[in-house]
Design a protein around this ligand. Structure first.
Ligand code: 5GP
Ligand code: ZN
Length: 113
């Protein structure tokens, strides 16, 4: 997708600190971490946001949730974590390529602001 920063990270045009990659997904550190461990997981296929998940493209989303525990364990996380998806303007989404924030390493407040 032209002008999508996460597609550019996936292609390597924009550098990132990768934690996990395979043919379907990429996990990389957030440049503005909100917790000691904060990475994003994206499908390599461009899906703009949670509103655009369909029966045809949803397999990658389930696959992401199957991989996150493995990545967390690889980061040494044993005391829990949070997975966040921001969708649309009110949801606080700033990058229109679906991504899951994975946060850990400190107690996380609830509810979010
Ligand atoms: P959103 O606000 O859309 O839920 O989250 C977008 C996230 O992407 C933010 O946490 C922001 O720090 C992160 N981000 C934005 N641009 C870049 C980038 O070029 N590289 C990386 N690694 N993260 C980015
Ligand atoms: Zn994209």
């Amino acid at each position: 997708m032209d002008n999508c920063i996460f597609c550019k990270i996936i292609s390597g045009e924009i550098p990132s600190q990768k934690l996990y990659e395979d043919d379907k997904i990429l996990a990389f550190r957030d440049t503005s971490p909100q917790a000691p461990v904060h990475f994003l997981v994206v499908p390599k296929e461009h899906i703009s946001g949670a509103d655009d998940i369909t029966a045809e493209n949803c397999a990658a989303i389930g696959y992401i949730f199957a991989k996150i525990p493995q990545i967390m364990r690889g980061q040494g996380i044993t005391n829990g974590y949070r997975i966040v998806n921001n969708c649309g303007e009110d949801g606080g989404q700033s990058v229109a390529h679906i991504h899951f924030h994975c946060l850990a390493g400190r107690g996380l407040g609830w509810p979010p602001g």
